[in-house]
Design a protein around this ligand. Structure first.
Ligand SMILES: Nc1ncnc2c1ncn2[C@@H]1O[C@H](COP(=O)(O)OP(=O)(O)OP(=O)(O)O)[C@@H](O)[C@H]1O
Ligand SMILES: Nc1ccn([C@H]2C[C@H](O)[C@@H](COP(=O)(O)O)O2)c(=O)n1
Length: 231
């Protein structure tokens, strides 16, 4: 370098999609932190708008009511992988969006096209503003939100492995009940008309069933580094 400064790596956009419990959040946060990238949890945004609907008495089973209210809440997402903040109308909702009530209603709310248009716009704005690049995780990032992402990963794992992981988090939860709930949510997310959960044709599929989290992180870091090196 002429001025002696270290060369900076070009910004890189990484899309990580997959069903629930495949390790998207854990992997994306760690990869972003390791590579100095921003991080966006798009599921948290759909959870946040669902939380707002519930708190404002909107019938989440009524797509017309959800569509009419979709533009009202102001959702702000932080992109620090060490502490990804999320607020709705200035209220910190990082905890409340993880309740069972929100989890059971988020698929219906996120299937409403007006909701997806609104949230997709937010996601694209955030990704475009990331100074060194970003890891964006969700269900339709590689197919719809960022179809020109530099690298697309689609994580999978058996329903049994995913249920065991989730049951480990939700102390005392019955693994069979957890498994059925995961399968039901994935079916709803995959079968909706608007931008369903799907693998992009050019995504690299990584089956995490028999991999440790550390192995998955290492695999994705290597794929990003290879992409950056132009391989
Ligand atoms: N390869 C792995 N091996 C063992 N446990 C894992 C692995 N990957 C993730 N986990 C654990 O599984 C749980 C779910 O992971 P995570 O939240 O990252 O999944 P997710 O795909 O983002 O799920 P969701 O879409 O529901 O948010 C976490 O407790 C995480 O630590
Ligand atoms: N890009 C996305 C991300 C998430 N959703 C919906 C569907 C999920 O069931 C829900 C919650 O996501 P999670 O926090 O479990 O990752 O949000 C979506 O439709 N599109």
């Amino acid at each position: 370098m002429e001025n002696g400064a270290a060369p900076t790596a070009p910004a890189v956009i990484v899309a990580i999609d997959g069903p629930s419990g495949t390790g998207k959040s854990s992997t994306s946060k760690a990869v972003a932190a390791q590579l100095g990238l921003s991080y966006l949890d798009t599921g948290a945004q759909y959870r946040a708008i669902t939380w707002w609907m519930v708190n404002n008495g909107i019938d989440t089973g009524d797509p017309h009511a959800v569509a009419a209210a979709a533009g009202k809440p102001e959702i702000l997402s932080g992109t620090d992988p060490a502490g990804p903040a999320i607020t709705v109308d200035g209220v910190d909702v990082a905890g409340p969006i993880r309740t069972q009530e929100v989890t059971s209603k988020v698929s219906a709310v996120s299937a409403v096209p007006e909701v997806r248009t609104r949230i997709t716009e937010l996601q694209r704005t955030i990704a475009a503003a990331a100074p060194h690049g970003i890891v964006v995780e969700g269900r339709d990032i590689g197919t719809t939100v960022l179809p020109d992402a530099d690298l697309k990963i689609f994580l999978t794992a058996s329903a049994e492995a995913r249920a065991a992981r989730r049951s480990g988090e939700l102390k005392g939860a019955d693994v069979n009940v957890t498994r059925e709930a995961l399968i039901k949510r994935d079916a709803a997310d995959s079968s909706r008309k608007a931008s369903p959960l799907a693998k992009a044709d050019d995504a690299v599929e990584v089956d995490t069933t028999d991999l440790t989290l550390a192995q998955v992180i290492e695999c994705v870091v290597t794929l990003v580094e290879e992409k950056r090196a132009g391989k």
